[in-house]
Design a protein around this ligand. Sequence first.
Ligand code: G4P
Length: 532
Amino acid sequence: MSHSPAAEAARRRTFAIISHPDAGKTTLTENLLLAGGAIRAAGQVRARGENRRTRSDWMKIERERGISVSASVMTFDHDGLMFNLLDTPGHEDFSEDTYRTLTAADAAVMVLDAAKGIEPQTLKLFEVCRLRDIPIVTFINKMDREAQDPFALLDEIASKLALDPAPLYWPAGSGGRFKGMLDLRREKFIPFAKKGADGEQGHPEPIAFKSNAIVSYLDPDEQGELADGAMLVQEAAKPFDPQSFLEGHMTPVFFGSALRHFGVDQLLEGIGAYAPPPKNVPAMRAGEETHVAPGDREVSGFVFKVQANMDPNHRDRIAFLKLTSGKFARGMKLKVQNTGKQLSVNAPIMFFASDRELAEEAYAGDVIGIPNHGVLRVGDSLSETGTLRFAGLPNFAPEILQRVRVKDPLKAKHLNKALQGLAEEGVTQLFRPNIGADFIVGAVGPLQFEVMADRLANEYQLDVIFEPSPYGEARWIAGDKADLEDFQGKHRSGMATDIDEQPVYLAKSAWEIGYAAERYPKVRFERAKERA
Ligand code: G4P
């Protein structure tokens, strides 16, 4: 097998799963790992999770609330392809984290609950994928339960997402009458296994739809219904066009039951066949616009996530680097573009489902974890020359701003450091008002404050109190220098700086920002910031 960076990149499939909570993302993740041969029996992801959670206090929140807070990546080699599955938090309070993770995904699987169709969080995450031109594969899950009419589900995809659904399979019934599905391209029927008295029976082999053997699975009415449905959908829906999918206009649609491991092999095969390998990434080099191709010699990548204390036994901080080009080898030296700092990457980690392993080599599309002590930040661009810069990952203006105080005043300095660390990880945002000693912490949702309080207590032994702040909105300000100085001079009590020392205007309300923007037309009040 060739080991050229281009050939290796071409066999990478790096994707994320997006869904509304409860649609079955965790179950599907587990069953994809099973289908890919990364784990041997279903139940391991959860078991491992439980195991880790009992050792890690901050994960208590995950367990108690039954939500997934931490994003991670899992890698498996299957059918000649290397799959990197990026896990994203399902709860909307962590949408910023999910957004950043999606910047590292080359494709996304959208999981829908067959009874519920497109739910609010599905829609939000879909919009992020569309913004970033990420092609979407649709998996309609829970067909073993009473489902909506599949035509209605396709209509919903078309009308709510403005995406052409192209089913590659067509279901025979749902719930108690779910019999399996027809592979529309190969005209083969894939029977759904029944639960026998002694537990689950294996799924029977696919059979030709037009063979006599079909009578063992479908009675004549069911056969007729499936044949009609399949004919109708093939007339009504556009045929699957891989190019249209890559351009984000079309989504191939799969059906199944993640819980019963039905349709998952077909989904994985579809991801392998149609999801794109990593593509060229626009970048800047020495002030010039350029493109980085996966097959380029120079190793490069960007940090899309930083996570501290993943394992309390090692007080480490791991930066997740999505490689964009070259052949990475352990021990290699990479430079951070904006700070110029050089890093010897001696202990890069790849996350195989079974465990973390040292990565000896990796290629574009792969995600490696780099343990570090605060050198790497979210949005950093790394390369051998240190001259490449990828578009930054934005920070969004937080929706909740609170004052944070530590109960023991002697620990104020300690708090400063801990808050800085968490802000660098992207858990919350930190603003230092120009007047006064308190810090203002910003977040998108209330759960982020809970995670933060929990982590401050467990990882930093800091007992903190969050209090309401007088502020309701934060905006990064930029623009004409003289006007900016004038504005800052007249709004001293609302001025603050973020962790990059960039000026931020903290206002009581959106109305106040509108008012200021009217009076200072040459000052921009920005809702999103990319690190300079
Ligand atoms: P999430 O990560 O998207 O939040 O969903 P998760 O996989 O945790 O699944 C949510 C619930 O839906 C779980 O049930 C899970 O077993 C169930 N589920 C997932 N896929 C299927 C499917 O294909 N068919 C059916 N019938 N159920 C499915 P739960 O009762 O909330 O949790 P648990 O007690 O089973 O763990």
